[in-house]
Design a protein around this ligand. Structure first.
Ligand SMILES: Nc1nc2c(ncn2[C@@H]2O[C@H](COP(=O)(O)OP(=O)(O)OP(=O)(O)O)[C@@H](O)[C@H]2O)c(=O)[nH]1
Length: 380
């Protein structure tokens, strides 16, 4: 009786009954397996969340944020960089249009050719995992002050084309071991490649709808939309915003002398020269015919006048060289209006309309006064 009692409850009994021992061992193993299964399920759920976030990204900006923030968090990574092949989609140009710069995403890198993505002499076609080697990996983790201890370099391939590579770094030396299975990271690479292609295509389509086909600058719809956003932002962040209305002088005559194709060339070159004088945060749009509008963010009256004068000179001081008819002197007239922080109130739509109208009136005055000049509307 005593023996039976100790067998069922006490440690002495445990030792003395091989069946019970076996049972406890099996129970312990089962508990371990259940714990492992729960852990795996949790990991799976977190990865599903990550997949959904990546796939659900509506814009390039959103996708890149998920890669640098959500992926790093969910996968507990110490370093994440993404290198994209610029040549594949002329991405740098797209990012400039989206007003995305290096300050916003310092871990977004660019490569000009596939050769730059090679590992040693081999093209990057399969994930590479293992310890960090500065000779091979430094370029991918350069934006971080410290080196990781183990890394995974994952090619992003879509329809056999290399889009770039995703680079994961961990402080833990065993996190990416040479002999580890790469199924998960290959799958991650495929998902990110598909998502990248999707958002790039969708950004391109949006851009086409908001771009002037001849000059490749924004169209009127885009500038008007942007103006509302920028006036709202200027209001929140308490700075001034300026608007320029620009119109090529005697453009009808240019068309008459150099033909319509010559006139088109003048429009393209004018847009190019205006753009060259602007900051990335400014917006240039063609409003139709030979009229352009520029929005200068965080720019007061004096600074706007200075930029306008620079634009005027960049057009007037160097004749345009046209393909068929040779040199062509071009000038433009510019009207400026500023919406200072003190006066930025009321309905945003009304404020935008009034700003544009004042710039247009100043332009009219510039034409009246003899053209090839900058006239600013009295301060608001
Ligand atoms: N080549 C070309 N010409 C255009 C385009 N859109 C409008 N135009 C021409 O631009 C000319 C504009 O002429 P006006 O509005 O009289 O202005 P202007 O001759 O520049 O005179 P001011 O503005 O008063 O200096 C017209 O002849 C239009 O046909 C275009 O896309 N390409």
């Amino acid at each position: 009786m005593d023996k039976l009692h100790t067998t069922q409850t006490g440690p002495v009994g445990t030792r003395s009954n091989p069946v019970e021992n076996e049972l406890q061992l099996v129970r312990a193993q089962l508990n371990d397996l259940i714990a492992e299964a729960r852990q795996n399920q949790e990991i799976l759920q977190r990865h599903q969340t990550l997949d959904l976030q990546l796939i659900g990204s509506q814009s390039f900006r959103e996708l890149i944020r998920h890669i640098f923030i959500t992926l790093a968090e969910i996968c507990e990574l110490d370093q994440v960089t993404l290198c994209l092949l610029n040549s594949q989609h002329n991405l740098k140009e797209m990012l400039a249009d989206l007003k995305i710069d290096n300050d916003e995403f310092p871990y977004l890198l660019f490569s000009e050719s596939e050769t730059e993505l090679r590992h040693g002499s081999r093209p990057l076609r399969k994930p590479l995992v293992g310890p960090y080697e500065s000779k091979e990996h430094q370029r991918w983790f350069e934006p971080y002050p410290d080196q990781p201890n183990s890394v995974a370099i994952i090619p992003l391939i879509r329809q056999s084309k290399l889009l770039g590579c995703l680079n994961l770094g961990s402080d833990h030396p065993d996190r990416f071991a040479i002999d580890m299975g790469t199924d998960f990271i290959e799958r991650l690479g495929s998902i990110i490649a598909i998502c990248l292609e999707n958002v790039i295509n969708s950004e391109r389509l949006t851009q086409i709808g908001l771009t002037d086909a001849l000059t490749n600058v924004s169209n009127r719809r885009y500038v008007e939309q942007r103006m509302l956003e920028e006036i709202g932002r200027a209001r929140r962040q308490h700075y001034g915003i300026s608007c320029m209305y620009l119109d090529i002088d005697y453009f009808k005559k240019i068309n008459d002398i150099h033909g319509h194709p010559g006139g088109d060339e003048v429009l393209k070159e004018t847009a190019k020269r205006i753009k060259a004088e602007l900051r990335l945060s400014d917006t240039l749009g063609r409003f139709g015919g030979e009229e352009f509008v520029v929005l200068l963010v965080n720019t007061n009256h004096e600074d706007a006048k200075y930029v306008a004068e620079r634009i005027r000179k960049s057009i007037a001081n160097q004749a345009f060289l046209l393909t068929m008819t040779g040199l062509c002197d071009v000038t433009l007239s510019i009207g400026i209006a500023t919406l200072s922080d003190d006066h930025n109130s009321g309905e945003i739509e009304e404020a935008a309309k009034a700003l544009l109208q004042r710039a247009d009136e100043a332009l009219y005055e510039a034409k009246e006064q003899g053209r090839n000049r900058v006239i600013d509307s009295p301060e608001d």
